[in-house]
Design a protein around this ligand. Structure first.
Ligand SMILES: Nc1ncnc2c1ncn2[C@@H]1O[C@H](COP(=O)(O)OP(=O)(O)OP(=O)(O)O)[C@@H](O)[C@H]1O
Ligand SMILES: [Mg+2]
Length: 464
């Protein structure tokens, strides 16, 4: 990779050819790589825009103006500083742009040296922004609240691959197909893509095709007019229309009828939807994410899914691996759900006995993360009700798997200790460092509390 500073790309947008060429020439002389555009629209269509170190734009242009360009740059979450060039007497607009996050503005005419100083400052600013984003990402990876990314838990190689694909999909607007077993996290992945994408201010609308009959699904998706079929007493706007501008997640895609597949193809190809009983097609703009827990390729072979539909919906595809293929994520998920569940119930996180842990780690989790989450929640409730006073999952022990996971179990202990320390610190703070109320609130013995205070090197005095 070239040194980003040497390769710094500067984008210059101006409808006036002489102006953009003179700026470009001046910058090229100073060894910047310059990309010129005669309109904001063409600049926004350029794929390299997000890597630019500075965007220099004229404010007044026919079509999209500099202010609108800035809005779009913000909407896409681009970090690139935007330097506005303003003609005489256009100061109010420039001030508005500054408030909207423009890097700065420069009044025409200006000296080359002045422009150069601004550009150098912007490039520096961009490097800083990139660095701090990178830093934040690393912190996200380290913080116990977010063991994975995008609010998802999991650090396995398999999940890292999923996170990368989420990023790719978020930068794109093409249809995505997410495959994976039940409970593996397909919907979470779809939500992450939406949240990271340029559509994140518009709605994310999930529809479970498998839960609806053929006709219900069609009216749910495409809408219908009044009286279009028996029982259609009112007009209904389809989810494709209400999701317009945003993302539609179509789950259990393998269950949809051929007719609905053809209609969806029209939505994808022409961006129009025709409500049932209506002859007036409506324009829609959606990103389609499909999900399935079966092998869709086989459904194509069996003739259930049309081949053209299949290819159209899986321009990008992501496979969410089952939990049994990423056992190192199990301890992280267990402590995550314990923390979450205990906080919800307002109780301290319980200790997990060794044999229970062994059971959890040896289970193959056919219901994946959802099953694990439910199991942990059940354990939390029973242990809190004191039925057993213990933490016993109602799953079968599967011998032979635990032995291959010594490091995971070590990591779980570490996780648990971190949680335990946090809970004890919180209780101490709440009880001003006093031993009696603290051990009672925690439901442990006085001696156990002393031991933990010593173990974690807690200084009681600091909580007074
Ligand atoms: N990596 C993860 N980190 C945290 N929670 C997760 C993760 N993966 C899944 N979950 C949780 O597990 C549950 C099931 O996830 P989700 O609904 O995304 O699965 P799915 O693959 O869409 O399931 P289905 O096939 O049944 O539709 C949800 O409560 C979700 O929040
Ligand atoms: Mg789902």
């Amino acid at each position: 990779m070239p040194d980003p500073k040497e390769a710094a790309i500067i984008v210059v947008i101006d409808d006036d050819e002489a102006a953009r060429l003179s700026i470009a020439q001046m910058l090229r002389l100073r060894r910047f790589t310059v990309q010129v555009f005669n309109s904001a629209e063409t600049a926004l269509g350029w794929r390299g825009l997000e890597n630019a170190r500075c965007i220099i734009t004229d404010i007044k242009m026919p079509g999209m103006d500099g202010e609108q360009l800035l809005t779009e740059v913000n909407r896409r979450g681009l970090l690139t500083p935007v330097l506005m060039i303003t003609g005489h007497g256009n100061i109010p607009m420039a001030v508005r742009c500054l408030k909207a996050g423009a890097f700065d503005f420069l009044e025409k005419p200006f000296d080359d040296d002045v422009l150069l100083a601004y550009v150098s400052k912007a490039v520096e600013q961009m490097e800083l922004r990139l660095e701090s984003r990178e830093m934040r990402r690393r912190l996200d990876l380290l913080s116990p609240e977010a063991d994975g990314r995008f609010g998802m838990v999991g650090r396995s190689r398999e999940m890292q691959d999923v996170y990368e694909l989420i990023e790719v999909a978020a930068r794109n607007d093409a249809p995505v197909l997410i495959m994976g077993e039940t409970g593996a996290g397909k919907e979470l992945v779809a939500r992450a893509i939406h949240a990271q994408s340029a559509r994140n201010r518009a709605p994310f609308v999930p529809v479970n095709a498998g839960a609806l009959s053929e006709s219900l699904l069609e009216s749910e998706l495409f809408g219908h007019t009044r009286g279009s079929f028996t029982g259609a007493t009112t007009e209904r706007e389809g989810k494709l229309v209400s999701a317009s501008g945003g993302t539609l997640l179509l789950d259990e895609i393998e269950t949809i009828s051929e007719r609905a597949q053809v209609q969806l193809l029209r939505v994808l190809d022409d961006g129009v939807v025709e409500p049932l009983g209506s002859d007036r097609p409506r324009k829609v703009d959606i990103r389609l994410i499909s999900a399935s827990n079966v092998n869709l390729g086989e459904e194509v072979q069996r003739g259930v899914i049309r081949e053209d539909f299949f290819h159209r919906i899986m321009v990008l595809s992501i496979v969410v691996p089952p939990l049994r293929d990423r056992p190192e994520d199990i301890p992280l998920l267990i402590s995550h759900f314990i923390r979450l569940g205990a906080a919800k119930m307002g109780v301290p996180s319980p200790n997990i006995p060794e044999k229970t842990l062994a059971k959890l780690l040896s289970h193959t989790w056919p219901g994946n993360v959802r099953e694990l989450k439910n199991t942990v929640n059940r354990m939390l409730i029973t242990s809190h009700q004191g039925v057993t006073g213990d933490f016993v999952p109602d799953i079968e022990f599967e011998s032979g798997r635990l032995l291959s996971l010594p490091s995971s179990s070590g990591r779980l202990r570490e996780e648990m200790e971190r949680t335990e320390q946090a809970v004890i610190e919180a209780a101490l703070r709440e009880n001003k460092g006093l031993i009696n109320p603290t051990y009672q609130a925690l439901g442990i013995s006085r001696r156990a509390l002393y031991e933990r205070i010593k173990k974690y090197g807690l200084e009681r005095g600091q909580y007074r």
